[in-house]
Structures are given as C-alpha cells and as structure tokens.
Write a protein that binds this ligand. Sequence first.
Ligand SMILES: Nc1ncnc2c1ncn2[C@@H]1O[C@H](COP(=O)(O)OP(=O)(O)OP(=O)(O)O)[C@@H](O)[C@H]1O
Ligand SMILES: [Mg+2]
Length: 289
Amino acid sequence: VTRPRDGDLVAGLRRALDDAERRLEQEQAARQRAEAELRQVRTLETVGRLAAGVAHEINTPLQFAINSAEFLAESVSELLARAPDAGPDDAWLRENCASASEMLIEGLSRVAAIVRAMKDFTRTERATHEILDVNRIVESTLVVSAHEYRHVADVEVVLGAVPPVLGHPGELGQVLVNLIVNASHAIAGAPSGSRGRIAVRTAVDGDRVTISVSDTGGGIPEAIRDKVFDAFFTTKEVGRGTGQGLALSRAIVMDHHGGTLEFESTVGHGTTFVIKLPAAAAGTVTRAS
Ligand SMILES: Nc1ncnc2c1ncn2[C@@H]1O[C@H](COP(=O)(O)OP(=O)(O)OP(=O)(O)O)[C@@H](O)[C@H]1O
Ligand SMILES: [Mg+2]
C-alpha cells in the first residue's frame, strides 16, 4: 500500500538529488575555469620573465649601437663638410647621408624607448614600494599598449607637474593598461563605429596625484555600474575579456597603494576612470624630471 505522502517524499528526494548534482556541476565548471585562469597567469608570468630578460639583453648592445650611430653621423657630416664638392653625384650622396643618419638614430631611439618601457613593465620585485614618477609610468604604458589603441583611437596625453608617489611600477602600469584596453574596446564597440579619442591626464589634487583615462566610447549603462568592479563581471564575448581587469585594478590601487579608482560615465558619450594616489610625503624626495 502506498500512502500519498510517499510520492511526495520520492519527488522531494529526487529534487534534492538533482539540486546537488547541479551544484556539483557548477562547482566543477568553476574549478575548471579557475585552473585555466591559473595556467594563463603562469604562462603570462613566464612570458613576462622572458621579456624582462630579453629587454635587459637588448639594452646594452642597443646603447652602444646608438652611441656609434651618433658618432658616425657626426663624423660623416664633418668629413663631408671638409671634402671639396665634386659635382651632382656628390650632392646626392651628401643629402642622403644626412637623412639616412637621422633615420638610423631615430629608429634606434624608438627601439630604445620600447625596450625601456618593457624593462619598466616587467620589473618583478614585488615586495618593496619605491618612489615613482607617475608620468614616466604613463609614457611607458602608452608605448607597450600602442597596438591595443592605435587602430581605434588617437591618444592625447597631458602630463601635469605631479609629485612622486610611493608604489610598484609594474602593478600601476598593469592598471593603466587595463584602463586603456577597456577604453579601446569601448571605442571599438561603440555604435558610431568611428575612430575615437583616449585622453590620459595626470594632475595634482590636494595631497594626491590623479591619473585619468577618458574615452569616447559608448559609456557604461546605468544597470551595470555597480557591477563593473566585480571579479568575473564582463560584457565581452569569450576570449575578449574575462572580467578581471577592473577587479584586479581596484585591488592594486586600493590595497597596495592606498588610493582610489572610480569612474564617471555618460551613455553615448564616453567614460572617464580616475586613479587617485597619495603623494609621497613632501620633503623626503625631490622630483627627478
Ligand atoms: N571604458 C569603458 N567603457 C565602457 N564599458 C566599460 C569600460 N571599462 C569597463 N567597462 C565595462 O566593465 C566590464 C568589466 O571590465 P573589466 O576590465 O573588469 O573586464 P573586461 O574588460 O570585460 O575583461 P578583462 O579586463 O578581464 O579582459 C566590461 O566588460 C565592460 O562592460
Ligand atoms: Mg578589461
């Protein structure tokens, strides 16, 4: 004889079992995701270390290549000035020697700027904070992230005469890269589809140094404004974003640097993210420019 209650009991147990199974599946998926992310972080760390080594190795020969190029350029122009002019062929050579020297030095200097930025970026000593020139970090960041924004936006940089801050250059660089990549994505994804503008500014605000990154992208809709700093919150398709950029950035700015990271956004017009960092105590350092 089955009492009516037994059916309820069985159904209830089955539901509980289904629930447990679903939770297990979700947990497994979450674990797999975490493991994949961990692998990615490790790969990035390895790549970072390799890049640091390569940058370091390139730097020395590059420095003497630049010195030699400068010496050659000067010597050639001096020799040409001394030698008598022997006709039209000579004029052509003289002119092209001068412009080739200029291009050689210009090209090498650009490589040197990239190598310097890579060195700034891949510094791995994490423990200690050092006295930093925020403007230099901004410049390095723009060099290493150029491929992210070049195709979608023009960048305007306004660097104020800011005091130094105490911090970790690699971490702050990472925050700026996140903001610049987000700005580029916002511009690339905006309905207008036209080339946009990213403005990076540094300024003094009382006893704090501010770094702002503004974009002319589509803005952040009201409905998700309180979620953008959540870990794993993303509106981007798989492979484009993992939703960790802002969560990580805020942790770096607040927890490691005693600063704040906030934003203002107008849908259809754009977004400005503002980092505020406490200035290093006055009197302990003078700004190196
Ligand atoms: N400048 C911006 N303009 C418009 N929306 C933005 C901007 N910056 C962030 N967002 C929104 O906030 C979400 C979270 O940003 P976050 O940087 O944390 O993650 P993500 O860019 O999606 O992925 P990840 O940074 O991990 O590659 C984005 O998916 C996007 O919807
Ligand atoms: Mg991001």
